[in-house]
Design a protein around this ligand. Sequence first.
Ligand SMILES: *Cc1c(COP(=O)(O)O)cnc(C)c1O
Length: 377
Amino acid sequence: MKGNRVYADNAATTRPFPEAILAAKAALEDYYNPSAIYENAGRARRILSSSRALIAELVGAEEDEIFFTSGGSESNNLALFGAAAALPPEKRHIVAGEIEHSSILEPLKRLEKEGFRVTLLKPDARGGYDPEEILRALPEDTGIFTLMTAQNEVGTVEPVEEIGPALRERGIFFHTDAVQSVGHLETGVKKSGVSSLSASAHKFGGIKGAGFLFLRRGTPFLPPFSGGGQEKGLRPGTENVPGIAAMAAALSRAEKTRESEEKRLWEYQKRLDKAILSLPGARKTGEGERRLPGLLSYYFEGIDSEALVHALDLFGVDAAAGAACRGGKREENPVLRALGLSGGGALRLSLGWDTGEEDIRLLEEKIPRAVRLLRET
Ligand SMILES: *Cc1c(COP(=O)(O)O)cnc(C)c1O
């Protein structure tokens, strides 16, 4: 709840954890430039190093494999441009999932203009991929493969861990956009074998403008930015110390409560499914079981997505039809199109750590009311 409204758009951004706000406030007091050499600057430097150590431990990485960025979009751009620039000429072929976030698909369009070959793989009707099929589909000259860990609009969890080790063996740079999964599903970069992974603090109870890129030690990489030597020259620029401190505190809290949260949100999801799927013309999109906890995605025949989101807004519910980054653009939803759905409306409800009983009760009541209203008009 937020005031007397229900907030059900946690896939767009989450409420910061109290721990994250406290950590950011403390870091704002130690406002020194972490690169300065006087003793006080050491305080800011220590915040960075302890945050890096904590994040590395929580995702199963080494400290020197964590690079701070401004968030998910930057991490994705950095990974793709940095890895592409380091590809040998015979491997300039990049393969990606078709329903990736725009901060993957748009950089790929640029790389294609620059002469790289780009191939997008079609997902199945769940918005997922069969691991064996991916491995078979990747051509010999594949230099980079990129697949999100969990899909941000339909919640499907992709088979990153299943294909990671094989891709590593074949010498393919494997990037995963894990912005939706970090802090919500277990993250283990050692086990998954990925070359790089993107995360964004504001999607797991941190604050906006902070994220990180995991980049495996020894991976060929030519950073696209230049400037000061921060982040070992990989991502120059004075670090966002308060945002980074908040990110470490948020990830720590998210990991501590992850399993109990998964169970709690799963129960809520069952209740909402029951209330919504009994409506005529309603169906669920994405995967049934292998999905992000708390991300629910529905499709209603003959209803306009935007009209539904507006009706819910009037009823006191903040929800989305799809990714916020496409918000405002009135065009066909490319994710739904990829899943073979058209002529209807999508609704994404994404629950979070501050979603409670009362929110669910209100959603159970208001969503059917909004859908019925639209069917009558
Ligand atoms: C939100 C999101 C991003 C972008 O992260 P920002 O930190 O907002 O730039 C990238 N990928 C996915 C899957 C997301 O959900």
